[in-house]
Write a protein that binds this ligand. Sequence first.
Ligand code: I3P
Length: 126
Amino acid sequence: LVGISGAGHPNSMKGEYLNKAKIADGGKKLRKNWTSTWVVLEDSQLLFYKESKQEALSNLKPGCKPEMVDLCGATVEWTTEKSSRKHVFQITTSCGQEFLLQVDDYPTICKWHDAIKKTADILSKT
Ligand code: I3P
């Protein structure tokens, strides 16, 4: 994958803080609540940690596991309708979870959008 850097995985991106809102789970709509989240792309999964230091701890303590999102069968699309914020894209998973991700810095959010979309597209072809 061109343009995606990672520690040994062609399909990975090291963590960064993004604003995240989960707006549906299992097809059921949720109340929107934006939170700053440490996001890691690891192979076919997106990992959401509360804080960056939780990533290191998760290998040691079972209780520190991140929220894991399987990108197999997921769709990734920019949206201007789901939020008043700028630079928002939506991830819809095959099991009906919907997440919005956003940061004000356009190059940063583009990098994440492109990497997550590429991952989902590749998974749908294999
Ligand atoms: C929501 C909160 C969100 C906003 C959302 C509001 O209110 O202000 O930030 O989303 O708009 O409903 P509350 O805190 O009372 O739940 P955006 O920042 O993404 O616009 P929405 O209802 O249009 O999704």
